[in-house]
Each structure stands twice: as C-alpha cells, then as structure tokens.
Ligand binder design. Sequence first.
Ligand SMILES: [Zn+2]
Length: 368
Amino acid sequence: MDLTDFFAASYTQARRKFIDAVASVNGTLASYPHPTQHGPNGEPLAVDVAHIGDPAAPRQLIVISGTHGLEGYAGSAAQIAWLRLGNAGKLPPGLGVLLIHGLNPYGFAHFSRTTENNVDLNRNFVDHERAHPANPDYDRLHPHLKAEDWGWEFLEKMAAAEANYRDEHGADALFNARVKGQYNHADGLFYGGQAREWSNLTLQRIIEEHLAAARQVALIDWHTGLGKYGEPFFLCFSPEDSAEYQQAVHWWGEHRISNARPHGLSRPQYSGLVFHGVSRFIGNRPLVGAVIEFGTREIAMNKVQPLDQWLRFRAPRQTERFELLQLDLRDAYVPFSQEWRTAALRQSVDITEQAVAGLASWKLDQAA
Ligand SMILES: [Zn+2]
C-alpha cells in the first residue's frame, strides 16, 4: 500500500476520503456546515465529525485535524491512515474515538494556516471579554513581518530586523515574541482575534453533543511545522506535576513529553490554545493530550510564515507567481515528498494506537 493515497490535493477530496474511511469501520458521521464561507471554487465547507466505537463509553479520545487549516492535509491523512491501518474496527470496550476533521475548514480549503478572519485558531481560545494578552515585542516586529511585495528584498529586511532583536534579547525571546500569539494586528502572524471564531464555537458544540457521557478524555491535535523533518514533536500543556502529565509520559514516552524544545529553543508562552478550550468545554473531567507536530523545514519556517498573509491580502491572484508561491507554502507545511509523507503517517498510526492503549488502561476516576 502506498501511504501517499491517504493524502488529498484539495479540501473536498480530503473530506471524501475521510468519509469513506469512516464508513469502512462503521463509524457514525455528523457534519457542521459553515454558515457563510465556501471553498475557492464555491465548494461547501464543514467540520465533519466521526464517532468510532461506543459513543457512550466513559473513555473518549478526541483526534483533531486542520486547526491550522492547511496543516490539515497532514492531520486528515493521519486520521484516515489510522482508520484504514489501525485498530479502529476493534477498539477496546468502554472506549470511543471522536475524529474531528477540518476544524478550520476555510484555511484547509484555501491553503492558509488561519481562519476566514486570518485568526490563528490555536491562539483564539482566550476569554475575549477580558483584556487580551499583550505582546509589545510583536508590535515592534510587526512592520518587518509584513510583506508589501514578496521577494528577497522583504526577506533580507525581515532577517535584519530579527537579527537586531536577537542581538538585544536573544533567540528564545525572538521566537516567543513571534509565535506566542498577538491580538493587535489583524493582518499579522499568529493573530488570536477579537472574538470567538466560528470554529471555536463549533468545537464547543461538538464536544457538548458528542462527549456528554465521557468521564475521561484524551486529545491529539495534529499539526505540522515544529520538530525535525518527518519526525513527531509533542507539546503537552498539562502542569508537569499533574497526574495527566504523568499519563502522557506513560502513553508516549518521557523523551517525547519532557523538555520539548521547539527548534532547540525555549517553549513559547502560548495563549488561547485549542487544548485550553477543550479543557474548559469538558469542565472538571480530566484531560490527557498533546499538540503533536510533524517537522518540515524546521527553523526556516520563519521565512515562509509571512507568505501566507501576503498571498491572502496582497498578492495578485490568478498569476503563475501566485500559483508557484502557494505550492511553496503548501510544501512548507505538508511536504509533497513521499519520503516525508510515509515517515509521518507510519508514526502517526503508532502514536494514535499508543493513545488508545493508554486511555484504555487509564484507571477510571483515578486521575486528578
Ligand atoms: Zn499548527
């Protein structure tokens, strides 16, 4: 079998492959159509949700793809690969798996990391009634991260501004300022928004409608762009002294969970993560989980991130240049290389199986 068959070239194809794979294991499907947005050719957009195994079971694993739109081409393939190659058809008793496909369907269909409002959904789960987390260092960098025209001139100016900042504050501070999330620049990078996105509200609905019976919840949120090429990289957000953190170590291994340093740097002080949203939506029930990335261009991702906003806001459309640069952006997040795709998918099936086995052996109501 060629694992690249689990990948898709468009959002609509990915959806079809996902729905077929769910049917092959007799999962139940539900769809949450986007009320206002469409794909680039007018296609309908939706978050598709599949429940595998017993939907009323006390142990439930949530697996999300497409929080960051175009990264969903990898997350979708990971979900499909598990349905086709994993033990989806023979789950242990007392356990269900809820697959959430294309949580940010606009970004998925339009090959953007962000939502219809250029919001980074993984920075949007803050309390928008309160003052947003400040990021004055991003404010300072923003003019240099925004390309008026794409090309060497822009990239050199950005690199010079970043080098100045790094000389003054260090590489960890630069990475933190850039990626932790910002709430002031709607056309910028890692923008967390001013209100809850449709995908944020929809995730709450999905959890309320599908996980009412759950007593213990596990979460895998598939991403790409952090870590070594083709290798998984884990970000676990439970406090290190918690029982949930210990479970994650037990399921996936100490070496993956502890001291995870993205690109060899200190972990940013992220705000508004999906993980925080899911924690709130499930209330006082325990949650074990991680953002799991597959590495692509490593630290050189810094150079390609502003291309997303340039293509969306300023690039002349329907030109060969637009097409070529969009392919470069797609390849940066989900490499076309079969070597990468095969390596990532084989590991993603194992990681999902480890979560299923770990969740099955996690003693009920023993967690914190
Ligand atoms: Zn991501």
